[in-house]
Design a protein around this ligand. Structure first.
Ligand code: EPZ
Length: 421
């Protein structure tokens, strides 16, 4: 098992550069299936999930290369059945459903299991694709979709927890080459969905209302190849922005997608963290944070505070004066990181879907176990703030979503070393 040893408790600071967005890369790579022409993507983050998606595309019959942070994909011929062993390892493989059934007339996918943050159903994906004309056959192994021709439809894409990001991506890909017009109501508005819309438009898709919760797609007969630069990763940028005040250090976060971070900046302001924006560089003056104020916020769909930063905010809240209330409205079970924070001495109770964090607490180093990607970042942040040597296990979770995480932390002075246990 891959672990990291972190010796924390020292002020850290410096500059980090943010890479391309994982959650833009994955649906856009899947959307490359929609054309037999060459697709060239830049700012592709070198992450385990991206390598996995590229290998899935290769096994589907594609020519795939990744050089530096540029990927070339040409899906000249495409099988409708991806490598199940690879697909089962990544929830985001669900993004293959729409492109595959649109390109091949059918798609077969194993049911993406639940994970540490909740059951992760796909009922909305299947409902929308059925509306577009797919026959859906579900079994315990997975789901098979068939469609002689996709036809435009009006789709309402919301469930009990609101909209769906990858569900919106699947609808966009299928509707792009369906016959007629599709309206997607309650579409996700995340920047990663907007980036997918821009990529599809570059391929010749006709999409209107981009960035709004009502998208209209006029289907076209075929899509061409395209060249596209992915947006920067707002979750990576937000993780470092929340880390800086914990470490009482000044941080320059370069290539930050500041326009996608309004909710994060609002939280920093309310906590009392001084910052400034200089072009695409976000300066966090963690060294000037003498008193951090408790915060009351809930994670919700964009443009709200992102659920993928909820765990990182819990880590910072341990250093805020008073009782912070951090709610989670997207996932049923996304507080796994509280166990580790409590083991370090944090005063946290969970009331329904709200974590109540009393601070400030001088965190103690501990042996920490990671259950999911964003929980892992939270525990690494806490270990950097705690005096002494902590061990964080299962860091393979981090490799899925944080490009060069250790290198970036070392570049701001962190004492962090990976080892096998
Ligand atoms: C995307 O996941 C992101 N992943 C997640 O990031 C992110 O947390 C999430 O959107 C935010 O909404 C990628 O983009 C690859 P959802 P996604 O479908 O699309 C329920 C990370 O850490 N739902 O928006 O899978 C679902 O249970 C990851 O980078 C249904 O009920 O999330 C959840 O409660 C984690 N039925 C809510 O909607 C469905 O058919 C939002 O899920 C689909 C979803």
């Amino acid at each position: 098992m891959q672990c990291v040893r972190i010796v924390g408790g020292r002020p850290l600071g410096g500059s980090v550069e943010i890479g391309g967005s994982k959650n833009a890369a994955l649906p856009i790579l899947a959307a490359s299936i929609l054309t037999d022409e060459r697709v060239l993507l830049h700012s592709v983050p070198r992450l385990d999930d991206v390598h996995l998606m590229l290998s899935i595309l290769k096994k589907l019959g594609g020519d795939v290369t990744l050089e530096g942070n540029s990927a070339t994909v040409r899906m000249g011929c495409v099988s409708a059945v991806p490598d199940f062993s690879a697909v089962c390892r990544m929830r985001a493989s669900i993004c293959l459903l729409g492109p595959l059934v649109a390109r091949c007339g059918e798609a077969v996918l194993p049911l993406p299991g639940g994970c540490a943050i909740g059951p992760r159903p796909i009922d909305l994906h299947l409902k929308g694709l059925q509306k577009l004309g797919c026959e859906v056959i579900q079994s315990k192994e997975g789901v098979r979709l068939r469609a002689k021709r996709l036809n435009g439809a009006r789709i309402f894409l919301a469930g009990k927890n609101g909209g769906t990001v990858t569900g919106t991506a699947n609808m966009l890909c299928a509707a792009a080459i369906a016959r007629g017009t599709t309206e997607i109501h309650f579409a996700a508005c995340e920047p990663e969905v907007v980036d997918l819309c821009k990529f599809l438009t570059g391929m010749g898709a006709k999409i209107y209302g981009i960035g709004s919760p009502i998208l209209t797609v006029d289907g076209v007969d075929s899509l061409r190849g395209a060249e596209h630069r992915l947006i920067a990763d707002r979750i990576q940028a937000g993780t470092f922005a929340l880390l800086a005040p914990m470490l009482r250090g000044d941080m320059a976060i370069k290539r930050a997608p500041i326009s996608h971070c309004a909710a994060l900046l609002d939280v920093l302001e309310r906590i009392g963290v001084p910052f400034s924006a200089d072009g695409d560089c976000l300066h966090i003056f963690g060294g000037k944070c003498d008193r951090l104020a408790a915060i009351d916020v809930s994670a919700m769909a964009y443009p709200g505070f992102p659920t993928d930063l909820q765990a990182a905010l819990c880590a910072l809240a341990t250093q805020c004066c008073g009782e912070s209330a951090i709610g989670e409205r997207i996932y049923e079970n996304r507080f796994g990181h509280l166990v580790g924070l409590r083991s370090m001495g944090a005063g946290i109770t969970l009331a329904g879907s709200t974590a109540r964090v009393v601070g400030p607490t001088k965190l103690a180093a501990a042996e920490l176990s990671v259950a999911d990607l964003r929980g892992g970042a939270c525990l690494c942040m806490a270990a950097l703030a705690a005096s002494g040597e902590s061990i964080v296990d299962s860091v393979h979770h981090m490799d899925r979503g944080y490009e060069q995480f250790e290198e970036k932390l070392r570049s701001i002075g962190a004492d962090i070393m990976r080892f096998e246990r």
